[in-house]
Design a protein around this ligand. Structure first.
Ligand code: HAS
Ligand code: CU
Length: 545
C-alpha cells in the first residue's frame, strides 16, 4: 500500500504530531526541573516551584502530548484506510479542533507558569485555580470533540458508500476510541463547566467536593484507555505488518475494543476507594467492573503472542520459544512498541494490585501509584507512540527512515527503558515503604526512619536524568525525520491471517454497544450520585500554594 499521503491531510496530521512533541519536550523539562527545585539545588525565576512544575509536567505530558498525538495518529489512519483522503468537512473539523485545543493549551500553560493554577493535572477541588485554567481545559475538551466528529463523519460516509462491507480494522478501532472519549469527557466537562468555573469566578461560594472528584474519575479512568487504545491499534494492526506476519483475528481485536467501550467507564471509583462519602457496595460493584476491563487486555496479550508465534513458525521456528528469535529486533518500528508491550506486563499487574481494595489501602497516595503510571502511559504507551513516529513522519513527508536514525531509535528505546527501570522501580519500592506522592516536603521527612527513602530518591533522580537524555535523543530523531532523504515509506496496515473466522456484522451495531455502555454507566453511577447530592458537605475554595 505505497500510496502517497494526501498533502492536505499530511499537514493536519503533522501539525498534531509536532505539537505533541513540543509539549513532550517542555513537559520533560518541567519534569527534570521539579526534582532539582525540590531538593533546593536550583531556584527558578518568578518563584516557579515544585508544584507549578509538577502541574506543568502532568498537564503537558499526560493531557497534551497524548491527546495531540492520538488525534494526529487516528486521523492519519482514518484518512489512509477510508478512501485514501479525508473529506473536506472532516479535515475542516480536524483543523478547528486543532486550533481550539491549541488556544486552550497556550492559555493553560501560561496560567500554570504564572502560579495561578497549581492544582496538578487532576485539579482536585477544593484547591481553587484561576477560572482561566478551567476555561483552558474546557477548550481542549471541546476541540477534541470536534476532531472526534471529523473521524465519525469520515467513517459514516464510508459506510454509506460501502454498504455491506466490513469497515477497515484501523478505522473501526478509531471510532471506538473516539466514542469512548466523547462519552467519558462528558463527566469532566460537567465538572468544569457546571461546578468549577462558576465557583472559581466567585459566582457561588462552595463546591461539592465528592461530586467533583466523582465526575473527574468518571472521566479519569477511561482517559487512561484513551491513551492505551491507540497503542493497541499499533499492536493489533501495524505491528503484524511490520514483522511480516498477520493479524491473528480481526473479530477478536474488534471484540476487545468493544469490551473497552463497555467496561472502561463505569469504574472510576477504583480511584476513590479510600475516599469517604461513597458506600462500600458501590465501590465493590465498580471494582468488579474494573476486573472485567482487564479481560480485553488479556485478550490482547493472547492475540499478540499468537501473531508472533504464527509468524515465527511460518519462518521455520522450532520448539516452544524458537519464534522469539525470528522477530525483527533491529527494526526500531518494532523494537520500541515491543518494549512497550513487555513493560505492560508488570505495569498491568500493578494496576490489578491497585484495583484490589485491601492492597489499594497500602499503595494509595504513595509513590507506588506514580510508578504505576510511569510504566503504563509513560512507557508502554509512549514507546509505542515513538515507534509509530519512526514511520509516520517519513510517510507523510515523503522521506525515509535512515539506518542511522533507526539505530538511534533503538538506542532511544533502551535509554528510555533503563531510565524507567530506575525511576519507576524505585517509585514502586519506596511507595511500599509509605513515601507519599504529590508532596515536596512532609514532616515524615524529619523522622529518622525517613532516611530509608533517600536512596530511592537518588535512584529516581538518576532515572529521571537518563529519561531526559532519552527525550533529547528523541527530539533529535524527530528533527532528522523531518529532513531525511526523499523516498517512499509505507503506511503499514496488517492483514488478517488466513483461516481466521469471519467478522460478525453485529460488532458494527453502534446503537447496541453504546446502549449497553450507557446502561452500565447508569447502573454504576445513578444511586451513588443521588447519595452525593443528598448528603455531601460543601467546601469553600482554597489556594494552598
Ligand atoms: Fe492504572 C491509577 C488500576 C491500567 C494509568 N493508572 C492510575 C493512574 C494513572 C493510570 C495515570 O484500581 C494515576 C491517576 C492519578 O493521578 O491518581 N490501571 C488499573 C488497572 C489497569 C490499569 C486494573 N492505568 C492503566 C493504564 C494506564 C493507567 C493502561 C495508562 C495508559 N490504576 C488502577 C487503579 C489506580 C490506577 C486502581 C488508582 C490507584 C490509586 O490508589 O490512586 C488494567 O487495565 C491493566 C490491565 C493490563 C494487563 C496487562 C496485559 C498485557 C499486555 C502485554 C502483552 C505483551 C506481549 C509481549 C505480547 C492485564 C497486553 C510479548 C512478550 C514476550 C516475552 C514475547
Ligand atoms: Cu483507573
Amino acid at each position: 500500500m505505497k500510496q502517497p499521503f494526501d498533502r492536505r491531510d499530511g499537514k493536519l496530521v503533522l501539525a498534531h504530531i509536532l505539537f505533541a512533541f513540543v509539549a513532550l519536550l517542555l513537559g520533560g523539562v518541567a519534569g527534570m526541573l521539579q526534582g532539582t527545585v525540590r531538593s533546593g539545588m536550583i531556584t527558578l525565576p518568578a518563584n516557579i516551584g515544585y508544584y507549578e512544575l509538577l502541574t506543568a509536567h502532568g498537564v503537558l505530558m499526560a493531557l497534551i502530548f497524548t491527546t495531540y498525538f492520538i488525534i494526529g495518529f487516528l486521523y492519519s489512519g482514518v484518512s489512509h484506510t477510508l478512501g485514501g483522503k479525508l473529506l473536506p468537512s472532516a479535515r475542516k473539523l480536524g483543523w478547528i479542533g486543532y486550533w481550539t485545543m491549541s488556544v486552550g493549551t497556550v492559555i493553560g500553560v501560561i496560567v500554570i507558569l504564572l502560579g495561578k493554577a497549581t492544582v496538578l493535572y487532576t485539579f482536585y477541588a477544593p484547591m481553587k485555580a484561576s477560572p482561566w485554567f478551567y476555561i483552558a481545559l474546557a477548550l481542549v475538551v471541546v476541540g477534541s470533540w470536534l476532531s472526534g466528529f471529523g473521524i465519525f463523519r469520515q467513517y459514516m460516509t464510508w459506510r454509506k458508500t460501502n454498504k455491506g462491507k466490513v469497515s477497515p480494522l484501523f478505522a473501526y478501532m478509531s471510532v471506538v476510541t473516539m466514542l469512548l472519549w466523547q462519552i467519558a469527557t462528558i463527566g469532566v466537562a460537567v465538572e468544569v463547566v457546571v461546578q468549577l468555573i462558576p465557583w472559581s469566578f466567585g459566582w457561588v461560594d462552595t463546591v461539592n467536593v465528592v461530586l467533583s472528584r466523582t465526575l473527574f474519575w468518571y472521566f479519569g479512568h477511561p482517559l487512561v484507555y484513551f491513551w492505551l487504545l491507540p497503542a493497541y491499534i499499533c499492536w493489533y494492526v501495524i505491528i503484524p505488518k511490520i514483522i511480516g506476519g498477520k493479524i491473528f483475528s480481526d473479530s477478536l481485536a474488534r471484540m476487545s475494543f468493544i469490551l473497552f467501550l463497555l467496561f472502561s467507564i463505569p469504574v472510576g471509583f477504583h480511584h476513590q476507594l479510600m475516599e469517604p462519602g461513597i458506600s462500600g457496595f458501590w465501590k465493590y460493584t465498580q471494582v468488579v467492573l474494573t476486573f472485567m476491563v482487564i479481560i480485553p487486555s488479556l485478550m490482547t496479550a493472547f492475540s499478540l503472542f499468537a501473531t508472533f508465534e504464527l509468524y515465527g513458525r511460518s519462518k521455520g521456528a522450532k520448539g516452544l520459544f524458537g519464534w522469539f528469535k525470528m522477530l525483527p529486533w533491529k527494526d526500531a518500528r518494532f523494537f520500541a512498541p515491543f518494549m512497550g508491550m513487555l513493560v505492560f506486563i508488570p505495569a498491568g499487574a500493578g494496576g490489578i494490585i491497585n484495583a484490589s481494595n485491601q492492597m489499594n489501602a497500602v499503595v494509595h497516595n504513595t509513590l507506588w501509584v506514580t510508578g504505576h503510571f510511569h510504566l503504563t502511559v509513560a512507557t508502554s504507551v509512549a514507546l509505542t507512540f515513538f515507534g509509530i513516529t519512526y514511520w509516520l513522519i517519513p510517510h507523510i513527508t515523503g522521506r525515509v527512515l535512515t539506518a542511522r536514525m533507526n539505530r538511534l531509535g533503538i538506542a532511544q528505546t533502551i535509554c528510555w527503558c533503563i531510565g524507567m527501570f530506575f525511576m519507576s522501580g524505585s517509585m514502586h519500592t519506596v511507595g511500599l515503604l509509605g513515601d507519599p506522592r504529590r508532596t515536596a516536603y512532609t514532616t515524615y521527612d524529619d523522622h529518622p526512619d525517613a532516611i530509608l527513602w533517600m536512596p530511592y530518591h537518588v535512584a529516581m533522580a538518576i532515572g529521571g536524568m537518563i529519561l531526559f537524555i532519552g527525550l533529547l535523543i528523541l527530539a533529535y530523531i524527530v528533527y532528522n525525520l523531518m529532513r531525511g532523504p526523499k523516498g517512499e515509506t509505507e503506511y503499514p496496515i496488517g492483514e488478517t491471517a488466513e483461516g481466521a473466522e469471519e467478522t460478525p456484522r453485529y460488532l458494527e451495531r453502534w446503537g447496541l454497544w453504546v446502549g449497553i455502555a450507557v446502561v452500565l454507566i447508569l447502573f454504576a453511577y445513578t444511586l451513588p450520585l443521588i447519595d452525593m447530592f443528598q448528603t455531601t458537605v460543601k467546601s469553600p475554595g482554597y489556594v494552598t500554594w
